[in-house]
Design a protein around this ligand. Structure first.
Ligand code: PBG
Length: 324
């Protein structure tokens, strides 16, 4: 009780604050999203994500080596698929020589130790921009799961360490796990986007991949931002179906969910600080309204404090540079 206890004693100097700090970011916390595109020598900035680029395959090795030298040891791959290769079933996703499959090999060639995770969802391959096969304006669940399972096997065959289904179909984790086991990929892990909300924070990402839904929205499969109990149910089900790592997405607006899930489950919890969160800070900082670096580290620290064991973030490189 005051004055016997004065909390400010533990804040009195930098050395004391360093000593008692509860949450410390390290490079190993991060998962780095990479956007891959066709072409040669391509390094194009995404307009709504200043400072973030789409890279062609020949640019990947240099990027991956740079990350590795910064102790960033995990990447999450996304591909931008040319329009003429898109269809309703996401057929191109299964092409053994598709952009994703080539990207996986490129990263592994450049840096065999780099952990390669791949986005598993139909939207970048879908002529409708949806995460599932469309029929009569609806997103088919079980038919989509078959494609997701085949896609996961294809990524594993190309060398992916972890497949990361981001679609929110029911039962897809079990479909994927069974397919991987059947094909002998027993060591390929699954990071499930288990509590993924139907969020408006994904806008810049859809610009990056040209993957915005052509009709409607994603509310029949992604979660209602108003729900909390449902996030626990979704996450628990994915763990029961074989998810090795679970995820909450987006980050900052959903840290209550992160803490809830961290308290509830016993597998690693990832948080995806999404494109809109990145864009907001870049925009405010460009106006001179926020201190970019300070706010960035505050946000990332808050995500970890909330319970994230893994943080997927477009700020990973910038943050690690500041930490070292
Ligand atoms: C695709 C996918 C999305 C994101 C990751 N995987 C977009 C969506 O669901 O519409 C969003 C990532 C971001 O905004 O940074 N299924």
């Amino acid at each position: 009780m005051y004055p016997i206890i004065r909390n400010r004693r533990l804040r009195a100097s930098a050395a004391m604050r360093n000593l008692v700090r509860e949450t410390i970011l390290t490079p190993h916390d991060f998962l780095v999203p990479l956007f891959v595109t066709e072409g040669k020598g391509v390094r194009e900035e995404i307009p709504s994500m200043p400072g973030y680029y789409r890279l062609s395959l020949d640019q990947l090795a240099a990027e991956v080596n740079e990350l590795w030298n910064m102790n960033l040891q995990a990447v999450l791959l996304f591909v931008k698929v040319p329009d003429n290769l898109k269809d309703n079933e996401g057929t191109e996703a299964l092409n053994p020589d598709g952009l994703m499959q080539r990207a996986i090999k490129e990263v592994k060639n450049a840096q065999p130790g780099m952990l390669v995770m791949t986005d598993v969802a139909l939207d970048p391959f879908s002529s409708y921009g949806h995460d599932g096969i469309v029929a009569d304006g609806k997103i088919l669940n079980d038919e989509t799961n078959e494609v997701l399972a085949a896609m996961s096997v294809s990524h594993a065959a190309a060398g992916a360490d972890v497949v990361a289904p981001s679609d929110m179909m029911d039962g897809r984790i079990l479909s994927i796990r069974e397919a991987l086991e059947d094909e002998g990929f027993i060591d390929t892990a699954i990071m499930s986007y288990s509590a993924k909300y139907a969020s408006s924070f994904y806008g810049p990402f859809r610009d990056a991949l040209d993957s915005a839904p052509g009709f409607g929205d994603k509310k029949t499969y992604q979660m209602d931002p108003a729900n909390r109990f449902e996030a626990i149910k979704e996450t628990q089900m994915d763990i029961d179906e074989g998810a090795d790592i679970v995820m909450v997405k987006p980050g900052l607006a959903y840290l209550d969910i992160v803490r809830e899930i961290r308290n509830e489950v016993d597998v690693p919890v990832a948080v995806y600080q999404v494109s809109g969160e990145y864009a907001m800070l870049k925009a405010a900082a460009a106006q001179g309204w926020l201190d970019h670096d300070a706010v960035m580290l505050e946000q990332l620290t808050s995500i970890k404090r909330a319970g994230a064991n893994i943080i997927a973030s477009y700020f990973a490189k910038e943050a690690v540079r500041l930490l070292s």
